[in-house]
Design a binder for this molecule. Structure first.
Ligand code: SF4
Length: 166
């Protein structure tokens, strides 16, 4: 069993605590996508005939780039690798990016799992961390995702925030 991880190096804002590799300037997203597609071509024999069970878009914030970006990468992976029909395809999302049209596009692209960047349900903590969403948006985005049939959702939470009890 094998999996493919794709790093999407863009974010809407910089969260104060974050040390991942990303940029808040996505002007070169088209070139980045082209480079990813080319690299997939170059590495298509890397896994031999091994079955791909998972595809994971991490970041950065994959939900910040267009759904077409992710869809074309998924199609490319499917054309080059032995992806199982029921492969788990995950996108890391931020609650403020989730809309009905995005969920429709993800569904048609075959995405079937979300890793939601929640971090906290406390609005003061979210502001302290410079998150781009409110606690209300977390609840609403998860409810909307479930309406669109996404039931495989995990959430990231951070504890040990300075000057906070939890
Ligand atoms: S959205 Fe995620 S990757 Fe981007 S700055 Fe915040 S924590 Fe880091």
């Amino acid at each position: 069993m094998a999996g493919i991880y794709i790093h999407i190096p863009y974010c809407k804002v910089k969260c104060h605590y974050c040390d991942f590799h990303f940029s808040t300037q996505a002007d070169n997203a088209n070139q980045m996508q082209l480079a990813m597609l080319q690299e997939l071509d170059q590495r298509h024999s890397y896994l031999g005939s091994e079955k791909i069970k998972t595809i994971y878009f991490g970041g950065g914030t994959p939900s910040f780039v267009s759904s077409d970006f992710l869809k074309e990468v998924i199609q490319k992976i499917r054309s080059l690798f032995a992806v199982e029909n029921d492969a788990e395809i995950t996108v890391e999302c931020n609650p403020d990016d989730i809309t009905s049209s995005l969920l429709e596009a993800y569904s048609s692209a075959g995405i079937n799992r979300f890793s939601m960047g929640v971090q906290s349900f406390d609005d003061d903590v979210l502001t302290f961390m410079n998150r781009a969403h409110s606690s209300r948006e977390i609840i609403d985005s998860i409810a909307l995702a479930k309406e669109y049939g996404f039931n495989n959702i995990t959430i990231d939470l951070i504890y040990g925030i300075p000057n906070k009890k939890s």
